[in-house]
Design a protein. Structure first.
Length: 95
């Protein structure tokens, strides 16, 4: 069986690719494995940032919803205040 060789992303040496390892881009040297981990961590942080940015943008989109929705909510609250004011008057009268 022909050996599958690949060039290390870190030191540039040729190494034998192990099919069990996903994205086998680095040789077995300790420094290259460390480089692989660093790259992975960097990638993860980048992905997390993108994720958080997306979340923020979604939140901002929600904040910028049309005013009529806000107006509806205000009307609802005004009705509630009106109701509570009436209720309070009744309570005061009964005392
Ligand atoms: Zn290497």
């Amino acid at each position: 069986m022909k050996k599958n060789m690949r060039r290390c992303q870190n030191c540039g040496c040729l190494f034998e690719v192990c099919n069990k390892v996903k994205k086998h881009e680095y040789c077995n040297k300790e420094k290259c494995q460390r480089a692989r981990k660093r790259k992975w961590q960097k990638q993860k942080i980048k992905n997390d940032k993108t994720y958080r940015k997306d979340q923020k943008e979604t939140q901002e989109a929600n904040d910028n919803q049309p005013f009529n929705q806000l107006n509806e909510r205000i009307i609802q609250l005004e009705q509630k205040v009106e109701y509570l004011t009436q209720k309070l008057k009744v309570i005061k009268l009964n005392n």
